[in-house]
Each structure stands twice: as C-alpha cells, then as structure tokens.
Design a protein around this ligand. Structure first.
Ligand SMILES: [Cu+2]
Length: 131
C-alpha cells in the first residue's frame, strides 16, 4: 500500500529524473554562431548527429539570415514537420536561437542567401558525425 510518504518520494524521483533528462548529455549540442560582414563563424564545426541548438549573435551592421542546409545547397533549408531550418531578417545586434535535429551524418552549411551575401563569403560548413 502506498503511504503518503512514499508517494512524496516517488514524486521527488520523477522531478529529479525530468531534471536530469533536461540537463544531461542527451541535451542538444550547443553551438554559438556569430554573424558579421561577410562571415559566419561557429564555435564548433563538428557535431554529433541529433539535436543541436544554434545560438546566433549578429555582430554585423546589415540584415542577415541563417539557413541550415546540406553542403552545396543554394537556399534550400532542411525541412521537418512543415518547418524549415532558417532564421530570416536578423537585424544588427539581434540574437536568436534555432533548434534543429540533424540525424543524417554528412556535410552541412550555415549560409545567408540575401543578394550577394553568399557570394561574399556568408557561409560556413560543418560536419555531422555518427552518434
Ligand atoms: Cu547576409
């Protein structure tokens, strides 16, 4: 029979388990992305397959966007469940986060496809490795 005390300890266990799941090694890989003219810099360029959280900081002076796409693509963001992996219209000084799950190992890129930006170097490539 469950006493009031054992119910309370089960609740504590559930809360701890949820907290561990949120903060443990299964959380998304965190990557900082810095935008300038005309450069995209990533704090790491090799990520394990799975969820990734891009924290984007715009340190440039004109509007940019960030598109997550396969290496060699041209404005063809990854898609899942009806949404696309991009952040548009980032104003200078803005920050944004983009969470995305990349399950297929391979070469990818972060790029900006506003006219002329990609050609000027607003792209960086990264590798997704098998888990
Ligand atoms: Cu741009």
């Amino acid at each position: 029979m469950l006493t009031r005390k054992s119910v309370a300890s089960i609740m504590v266990f559930v809360v701890l388990a949820v907290a561990l799941a949120a903060c443990g090694p299964k959380g998304p890989a965190a990557v900082n992305v810095t935008l300038t003219e005309y450069k995209v810099e990533m704090s790491k360029t090799s990520l394990p397959a799975g969820p990734v959280k891009f924290t984007i900081t715009h340190e440039g002076s004109i509007v940019h966007e960030v598109v997550v796409e396969q290496s060699g693509a041209m404005d063809d963001p990854l898609e899942a469940n009806g949404s696309v992996a991009e952040v548009e219209d980032l104003e200078p000084g803005a920050t944004a986060t983009l969470e995305w799950t990349i399950d297929t190992p391979g070469e990818y890129q972060l790029s900006c496809h506003l006219p002329g930006h990609f050609e000027n170097g607003r792209i960086t490539t990264f590798t997704v490795t098998a888990k």
